[in-house]
Design a protein around this ligand. Structure first.
Ligand code: ADP
Length: 448
């Protein structure tokens, strides 16, 4: 064996290898820049066809509606005369070299169509299109064969191993690219759908928030409007009961007292509703003053109504527990918690305790209201702070109330940058815990 042919062979191989590498790089680049797989096929055909000295080429893919048929999706240098038929061209999977490449999953080579009588059916189209030889390579994506890549020669052509290798590498890379591009396309479609859904949802949330705001605004306005006539009902009841319009007989006085009591209940409800709506609309001002948390607890307890069967006691680890917060709001929370504790406890005790937690900037103050009352079922605990929520209908009849107290407590606590927790056991009692930062964290306004 002389040295010269070997050197020539190695030179040719090197240059093909080089071109193969270049091609692979270009296809990979096309994949990254392409917006659809067709663009990548088009580039591959345009680059590979001249490289292997083929006359023209095409990519056939399975038809989405009829997967047994292959449809041409792109072509390179396809003969002008038949170019207008391209869109209608269909090849059945398994038929002809291209159909067989898809069916069998391997390259199909035809050196000379006219030399093979089994391809007699293809003689006429081959003559019309002007090819005598072709090679078809299957395109694989995922687990399935999605189509084929076909290169055509005007004259009979003997395929070299170098050509075969190059084409199989290209077909492989195109398959991967097609698979990824399909995936990318699917993801992009899914992404677009998701984005549209997010937009719709955002609009809906916005609308719903706006409706909530309008509802709260309406409640706030109506509460204001209700307060005025109620004030006159209470005012005139007082004047009558005071005898300022003459004496009353006992039934009249009793009836008037009932009117006054009911009007007071209504006023409380309206005031609670007003406070709640103002908090929800972010219109409630936080007025911060330095105070003693033990003193706040004592002031809240003054309003409590203990009975003979229910003992009340206070516990505080320190004599003084300094805090800087909105005292009126804390009082409102504690009074509500104590009022509930007494309302739902027929016997036993109610204990209000105060302590500080942590140090420095992290320091928090904790008040707990513990009772030995009817308790709250575990299933009800997550919803107990919702507006107008009462454990059951009978609780309203038995204990009265509106179901606004705890909701108000929750919104007040949030306005003060704190948290409110509940722990309870049905039939044993409940513990409500209020924790607030020792120093109100918002933009504070001190009033001394
Ligand atoms: P209201 O007391 O006006 O009904 P709240 O919002 O203050 O409204 O309380 C909601 C519900 O939570 C009450 O109706 C009651 O069922 C339950 N609840 C609250 N506090 C207690 C408690 N200390 N013990 C038992 N149940 C309670």
């Amino acid at each position: 064996v002389s040295a010269e042919p070997a050197a020539r062979r190695s030179k040719r191989t090197t240059s093909l290898q080089h071109r193969e590498l270049e091609l692979r790089r270009d296809i990979a680049e096309a994949y990254f820049n392409a917006t659809s797989p067709i663009e990548v096929y088009r580039l591959a055909l345009a680059r590979v066809t001249p490289l292997i000295a083929a006359s023209f080429s095409s990519v056939f893919l399975r038809d989405a509606a009829e997967p047994d048929l292959l449809r041409m999706v792109c072509a390179h240098s396809w003969p002008q005369a038949s170019a207008r038929f391209l869109g209608q061209l269909r090849i059945r999977v398994g038929r002809g070299p291209t159909g067989r490449a898809v069916a069998e999953g391997k390259p199909i080579e035809v050196r000379d169509v006219f030399a093979d009588v089994s391809l007699r059916d293809w003689w006429e189209p081959a003559r019309e299109l002007g090819f005598a030889s072709l090679i078809a390579l299957p395109l694989q994506a995922g687990n399935g064969r999605i189509g084929a890549l076909s290169f055509y020669y005007e004259r009979a052509h003997e395929f070299s191993d170098d050509e075969r290798n190059l084409l199989s590498v290209i077909a492989q890379q195109l398959s991967i690219t097609a698979g990824r591009a399909n995936e990318t396309e699917r993801l992009e479609i899914a992404n677009r759908e998701l984005r549209a859904q997010v937009e719709t949802l955002t609009t809906q949330v916005g609308e719903s928030e706006e409706m909530q705001r309008l509802k709260t605004e309406f409640l706030s306005n109506i509460s204001h409007e209700l307060r005025t006539p109620l004030t006159s009902i209470l005012g005139y009841s007082y004047l009558l009961l005071d005898g300022q319009h003459g004496g009353l007989n006992p039934p009249q006085a009793l009836a008037l007292r009932k009117i006054e009591d009911s009007a007071n209940v209504l006023l409380q409800l309206i005031n609670d509703l007003l406070m709640l709506t103002e908090l929800k609309l972010g219109r409630s001002e936080v007025v911060v003053i330095p105070e003693d948390a033990v003193l706040i607890a004592r002031r809240a307890a003054e309003k409590a109504q203990p009975s003979a069967q229910v003992r009340f006691s206070m516990e505080a680890a320190d004599v003084r527990v300094p805090i800087q917060t909105d005292v009126e709001k804390v009082l409102c929370i504690l009074e509500n918690l104590l009022s509930n504790a007494f309302k739902f406890t027929k016997q036993g005790e109610v204990v209000l305790s105060v302590r500080r937690l942590g140090f420095g900037e992290q320091q928090r103050i904790e008040w707990t209201v513990r009772d030995t009352g009817i308790g709250i079922p575990h299933s009800e605990l997550p919803t107990i702070f919702d507006e107008f929520r009462q454990v059951d209908g009978s609780s309203t009849r038995l204990y009265g109330g509106t179901g606004l107290g705890l909701s108000l407590c929750l919104h007040l606590t949030r306005a003060l940058g704190g948290e409110i927790l509940v722990d309870s056991e049905e039939g044993r009692g409940s513990v409500f815990t209020l924790r607030l930062p020792a120093t109100y964290p918002g933009a504070s306004r001190f009033t001394f």
